[in-house]
Design a protein around this ligand. Structure first.
Ligand code: FES
Length: 179
């Protein structure tokens, strides 16, 4: 009898603990993307890095790499794309940020960003040839119609913020370390 009671308690304890653990994992998974977007200062997040060889990305071309489970967009911008980004008046921007603050000094042709829409986390179109890029020639998120320009700044639609620029550095002219 005493032994039956002990078994029952153990089972209940196990079920309780197991449920709690699932709940904790579910919460962490749901919250993480939000924290990640709200806290673009990757110095606190840089638990892993990835090195990317960008030598094969021609002017006008793009490359998508995975960093910490997220897509990272690399765009080799054309002079026209850079000019459009640089010449955009700040008052036209929902999340005002100069293009120069989103690229490395002297390397304006390279735009590197986390490819996750700041609305609800879809991956915007614009990396592949033939993709719809929206009226500003950058990226277009088909989920709810957010439009990003050639600096990855939000220009139209429900997304509240620009695509996040991760921490990265050029190790050489053609090798970038992200993270
Ligand atoms: S997730 Fe991109 S517009 Fe909603």
């Amino acid at each position: 009898m005493a032994s039956d009671a002990t078994t029952d308690i153990s089972k209940r304890d196990f079920l309780y603990v197991a449920t709690g653990a699932v709940g904790a994992v579910g919460t962490a998974a749901a919250v993480w993307p939000l924290i990640d977007q709200m806290n673009p200062d990757a110095s606190t997040l840089a638990l892993a890095t990835v090195e990317v060889d960008i030598s094969s990305v021609e002017v006008g071309g793009s490359l998508t790499v995975t960093w910490r489970g997220q897509p990272v967009f690399v765009r080799h911008r054309t002079p026209a794309e850079i000019e459009a980004a640089v010449n955009t008046p700040m008052e036209d921007l929902k999340d005002p940020e100069a293009d120069s603050a989103r690229v490395k000094e002297g390397r304006a042709e390279w735009l590197i960003m986390v490819g996750i829409c700041t609305h609800l986390g879809c991956v915007p179109l614009g990396q592949n040839e033939g993709d719809e890029r929206g009226p500003y020639g950058g990226w277009f998120c088909p989920c709810h119609g957010s439009v990003y320009d050639t600096s990855g700044r939000i220009r139209k639609g429900p997304a509240p913020a620009n695509l996040v620029v991760p921490t990265y550095e050029f190790l050489t002219d053609t090798l970038v370390k992200i993270g």
